[in-house]
Each structure stands twice: as C-alpha cells, then as structure tokens.
Design a protein around this ligand. Sequence first.
Ligand code: GTP
Ligand code: MG
Length: 212
Amino acid sequence: MNIESIEFIGSSPSLSACPRRELPEFAFIGRSNVGKSSLINMIAGRKGLAKVSSTPGKTRLINHFAVKMSPGAGDKKAGIRLADWYLVDLPGYGFARLSKVQRSQFEGMIRTYLEKRENLALTFVLIDARLEPQKIDLAFMEWLGDKEIPFVILFTKTDKLARNQLAVNILQYKKTLSASWAELPAMISTSAVTKEGRLQTLETIARVMAGG
Ligand code: GTP
Ligand code: MG
C-alpha cells in the first residue's frame, strides 16, 4: 500500500472555510513540537510538504491535502476499497506563547472542527514517546472521548528511545489511560527518521475507509 500523489488544497482559518468536497478525512493533531509536520512528511513520502519549523506553534490554520492511494498487488485480495482522502494538518494545541484569550479562541476553532466536520473519519493524536503522560494530552483525549470522536494514538520520535525504554513508556501510557478508559485506543509507534509506523498508519486509514 502506498500513496500515489498528495496535493496541498488549502489552509482554512475556521470550519466554515474548509473545502466542501466530501472525501473521508483524517486529521493529525498534537502538542506543538510533537513532530507532526515531520510525521506528515514521512507518511506522505514528501520532505517539504508540511513545514518543519524551528519556531514551534507556527501552524494556526487547518491545512488540507488531497491524497490518492496507489493500488498495490495485495490490496484487491484484502478487499480494501481504495479511494481518495483528505489528510488534515491541524494546529498544535497547548502553545505557551499565546495569551489566554488567543488560546481559547484558537482551541475553540479546533474543537469546532473536530466536533462538526461531518466527513472526519479518524483523528490521529500525536504523543511524544519520550515523555511521561502529559496532562494536556490526557485532557484532550478525555474530551475526544466525551464527544465520541474516534482517535488513534501515534507515538512520535521513537528513534530517540531504546526499544526497551519505548516499551516501558507505552506500558506506562496504557496504565494511565486505563484509569479513565474502559477500552484503550489503538496505538502506533512512529518515527520520521526510521519511517517506523508508516505502513501501519496507512493501513489504519484504508481499514477505516473500507468501513472496518
Ligand atoms: P510545530 O508545528 O512547530 O508545533 O511542530 P511539529 O509538531 O510540526 O514538529 P516538527 O515536525 O516541526 O518537529 C519538531 C522537532 O522535532 C524538529 O526539530 C524535528 O526535526 C524533530 N523531530 C520530529 N520528528 C522526529 C522524529 O521522528 N525523530 C527525531 N529524531 N526527531 C524528530
Ligand atoms: Mg508543524
């Protein structure tokens, strides 16, 4: 399974400005500096697609990319329906350098999008694999759960950890989530450096599009 082409469609300051075309949509979100742009570039297989910034929190807009999948040999056999989808790069939350008012306006925009976007099929929540569970991420996932917005966790920057440390951190995350979740969300380990998790992420997208 692979991506045949990916094309930037546009940046929207609000839900109402988002593209009208009704493709299934897959959104990527996480704290500023979690490695979102790097991960999107890795998944897309295009280095300069999303900007990897040295100044965190630059993306304040909802960025749409149209993705075309290329049919692979095994795809038909597996019964995966291949269709175009939108990849959405959402602004990072918890950006410290915003004022309270700015931040709440900004978070309102993201929440409105997540709650109301009808063709949103799945949200990928990016979590830095090196860190202990952070309050802001846990609160965000609680909110997604309350609103019944389906999501999958993508652990980022896994190349920066030894395998056993990664396993320990993921276990810790599962323990923490188990305190408030009856059923844990799916989790995928990823790295923009080693390309770990690319296929698993694409397969998740294909599965959701196939209705599974
Ligand atoms: P903002 O949009 O600025 O909030 O950040 P972002 O979440 O898009 O993160 P970005 O992709 O810009 O990466 C932030 C920093 O982490 C950069 O210095 C990247 O080079 C680094 N980084 C991102 N992903 C990885 C990864 O998988 N492995 C390693 N080693 N470094 C990474
Ligand atoms: Mg970014």
